[in-house]
Each structure stands twice: as structure tokens, then as C-alpha cells.
Design a protein around this ligand. Structure first.
Ligand code: UDP
Length: 242
């Protein structure tokens, strides 16, 4: 395997674990993600994962229903821990050593987030799953992914989604929509392209962390992304349509 990225931060939304369900976790989807992660980890790629919680609870939705926003966000962060532990279980079932680190201490079920320890785990070939977001309300797990990627000095963020990249207009509405091969951070921010929230994009821009956006449902895409194949849109260098 010709590896382009040695240390990657994979951002999985909660919805990615949901498959065709309308809520919760589809175990077969989690198993197939775990298989792909196992494959690249076996090839020597250091993999850290930030997992979202939107399949279970979103703070914004709770607040819209009348909850205190910060409380709702804490619930959202705790939801991500369930996803993190599910992913850990799937990975360990197929022999991949993992550690879950949470930004909200819950030491009976996971390690607390300790940057240097996370890096050490990665160096030892363990997959590190970051749960509980950043530990702060009013943030997202996309921003957490950018933050953790900067902290652990990841070469890239893989933003695994349900679409195969970023388009100049909605491909469902416009048959002539063009997919970008690459884009600058400034273009994404200026055009409010909803790849990740603007805080996450700004953090990546300031720290020169490229973001590869690709379709997770295509089998083998994590391996292809690790090898630097052009499978979606890369945010970082310059603008180019495919
Ligand atoms: N959240 C938070 N701070 C963080 C990360 C997440 O408060 O640093 C909360 C927020 O309420 C969010 C929820 O956790 O709605 C789940 O995360 P997110 O919506 O980012 O998950 P995803 O969309 O990736 O499934």
C-alpha cells in the first residue's frame, strides 16, 4: 500500500453509524467501518477517530425544544461516548487494539483525554477514539476533529460523509453541478460551503491541516484516501473542478 498519510484523524458523524435507520446504531455499518480502519491500521497508518453523536442527540435540537442549550450540548457529548464505545467494541472484536479517550471524565469506561498519552497510543499502533467532543458546549465534533488533529499533529482529516465530495451547487437539484477536486479554505469559508462548520475550517486553515471529504459508503474508500487517491474533494491547496 503506497501510504500518503501516516497519521490520520478520521471524523465519523453519528449519522454515519446509523446506516438506513432513523435513529441509533446499525451494527453492520459499524462493523464495515471497523474492517476498513483495521486494514489501514494493519498497514501501519496511525488512526485517530473523532465520532459525532447526531444519531442519538443533538444539542441544537434539544435547545429548540426548550432545553437549556449547554445542558443539551452535554447530553450530545455523552451520546458521542456511546458511539465511541460501540466502535471500540467492533474494532476489538476483529483484533485491533484501541483506546477510547473522553473529554468529559468517565474513568470507569474510558481514559480521560490526555494528549501525550493519545500520541503514545498511536505510536504503539493503537487506534484512538476520541469521545465526548471537545468537552465544551457550543462546539461541534467537527471542530473537535480539527482541534484534536492539530493537537496530535495529524497529517490530514478524513471527513467521511454520505456524498462523494463538495459540489459548486446541489447535485440533487442541478444535473450540471460540478464536483471540486480541490478547494481552498478561504473559498469554503467565503461561500459558506457546508463541509464542516466555519470554526473547524478556520482551525484547519490556521494549522495547515488538509481535509479530505469523501463518501464512506463506498467500500475501500478509507484505504484509497490513505493512499492519496483522488476520491472526493481535498480542502487545502487550491481550487480545481474534477
Ligand atoms: N457537542 C458539544 N461540544 C463538542 C462536541 C459536541 O456540545 O465539542 C454536542 C452538541 O450538542 C452536538 C452533539 O454533541 O450537537 C453531537 O455532536 P455533533 O452534532 O457534532 O455530531 P455529528 O453531527 O458529527 O453526528
Amino acid at each position: 500500500m503506497g501510504i500518503t498519510y501516516r497519521r490520520v484523524l478520521l471524523k465519523l458523524s453519528g449519522e454515519a453509524l446509523m446506516g438506513e435507520l432513523s435513529y441509533g446504531i446499525d451494527p453492520s455499518i459499524v462493523q464495515s467501518i471497523a474492517q476498513e480502519v483495521a486494514e489501514v491500521a494493519a498497514a501501519g497508518v496511525q488512526v485517530a477517530i473523532v465520532v459525532g453523536g447526531g444519531n442519538i442527540f443533538r444539542g441544537v435540537k434539544g435547545a429548540a425544544a426548550g432545553m437549556d442549550r449547554a445542558t443539551a450540548d452535554y447530553i450530545g457529548m455523552i451520546a458521542t461516548v456511546m458511539n465511541a464505545m460501540t466502535l471500540q467494541d467492533s474494532l476489538e472484536q476483529i483484533g485491533v487494539p484501541t483506546r477510547v479517550q473522553t473529554a468529559i471524565a468517565m474513568q470507569e469506561v474510558a481514559e480521560p483525554y490526555i494528549r501525550r498519552r493519545a500520541i503514545r497510543h498511536l505510536e504503539k499502533g493503537r487506534v484512538v477514539i476520541f469521545g465526548a467532543g471537545s468537552g465544551n458546549p457550543f462546539f461541534t465534533t467537527d471542530t473537535t476533529a480539527a482541534l484534536r488533529a492539530a493537537e496530535i499533529d495529524a497529517n490530514v482529516i478524513f471527513k467521511a460523509t454520505k456524498v462523494d465530495g463538495i459540489y459548486d451547487s446541489d447535485p440533487h437539484q442541478n444535473p450540471d453541478a460540478k464536483r471540486f477536486k480541490s478547494l481552498t479554505y478561504s473559498h469554503v469559508l467565503a461561500h459558506d460551503l457546508r463541509v464542516m462548520d466555519s470554526t473547524a475550517i478556520a482551525l484547519c486553515k490556521d494549522n495547515d491541516i488538509p481535509i479530505v471529504v469523501f463518501d464512506l459508503s463506498v467500500s475501500g474508500n478509507i484505504r484509497r484516501a490513505v493512499m492519496g487517491e483522488s476520491i472526493g474533494t481535498i480542502v487545502g491547496g487550491f481550487c480545481e473542478v474534477s
